[in-house]
Design a protein around this ligand. Sequence first.
Ligand code: GLU
Length: 505
Amino acid sequence: MTERKVRVRFAPSPTGPLHIGGVRTALYNYLFAKQHGGDLIFRIEDTDSNRFVEGAEEYILESFRWLGIKFDEGVTFGGNCGPYRQSERRDIYKKYVKVLLDSGKAYIAFDTPEELERKRAEVDNFQYDASTRMSMRNSLALSSEEVNNLIESGHQYVVRFLVQPGEKIVVNDIIRGVVTIDSSILDDKVLYKSADELPTYHLANIVDDHLMNISHVIRGEEWLPSAPLHVLLYRAFGWEDTMPQFAHLSLLLKPEGNGKLSKRDGDRLGFPVFPLEWHDPKSGAVSSGFRESDYLPEAVINFLALLGWNPGDDVEMMSMDDLISKFDLSKCSKAGARFDYKKMIWFNHEYILRKSDKEIAELFMPVVEGHGVKTDMCKLEKIVSLMKGRVNFVHELWDACSFYFIAPAEYDEKTVKKRWKENSARQMGELAELLDGLEDFSIENQERVVHEWIEQKGYGMGEIMNAFRLALVGEGKGPQMFDISGLIGKKETVERLQRAINVLA
Ligand code: GLU
């Protein structure tokens, strides 16, 4: 048997911002497709018009552009199986609804919501199935004349799938193994509604997966309960031979405690659960996003890839290419994956370290400019190289480095008490003079001259350097002193020394 070409899809419903779990689903689809030289398709499942949210589709696309997940086909990408937006495929679905009706595998039902409600109140655990369907208002229970009359007089109806009880359904899942269930537990799901002439998720999903020649359905655990019905639908259409293989991913769990990850966990513990900031078009509420919270897309991808899968060795840092070659769908765990946001912050730190100083400086430049400071790339790269090891996020560089650009407005009280001694003013005066007289202000030369001076005068290295640091930085932290003076330059160094002498006198 020749291997089937790998074709997978990410098929979101545009009902709001993309949750981080959805991003992981898309990522796994992408990794799997690329690993097998296959295609990733972007399909929009918008048949539930009540849940449609303006702007969601564009948001989802923008999220993937930012993350570097690329599609081969689909909405905005083109391809031979379009249209890829389900709301533009009505006629296709109607044809397949008719196929099921004509072959007796589906039927028309007229029960109104009120009638269904009444039935639920009457019958414990009511389910529309073999045990109840003949007592309902549908084309199985009514004569064809009655059915035609109802349709002609404009009654709305739905089309329901006719589930034969007692059939064995086998769902073969790459992650979960083989699950066998009895069709008797299923209800006759609605496949189509005359009111909006649109199919439901189940029908549209199966028809599209078939017509788009999807080989593997990789999706979240929440869709697992639909799988038996989907298998039955493939059977009803006679498409068993090309039925995709299923892989239902594990849930993302709260960072601590039980239950699945929610936006509330993020709000409470201070991390986003959406890729990009989301502005709700109705309420105007703003939800934070990884991009705006200053996460690097590489860090988000690396972190997400390891939620529910690992390469089986100790390697944690993996580029997209590494992930593509190492990913193994069959090794994904079925147990939920805890969303360890501290690990995500760790990844961000590691990616800042691994990126070139130039790349980080380019990201940092707008932050610096936002503080009203003008500087050049060359200087910024040097500062970044000295300071990037100290931060988890690029924006944190500002607090760590602002002293390079702005003279301290005040001096940390504790440090002053500890480091500014009786002799400090005089010593710093001498140091200012010494440095001011230097032709060669290179780091090496400053270091040599200052060390000689300290030795000659018999001063303590610690007392000088501590007071010098206080004068330049305003507190007791920061990198090597001459790295600082070298970067801020002679004039600024001398001015800061003099200012400290005046203020701390
Ligand atoms: N439209 C579904 C969703 O929003 C797709 C589920 C599936 O992949 O079959 O996730």
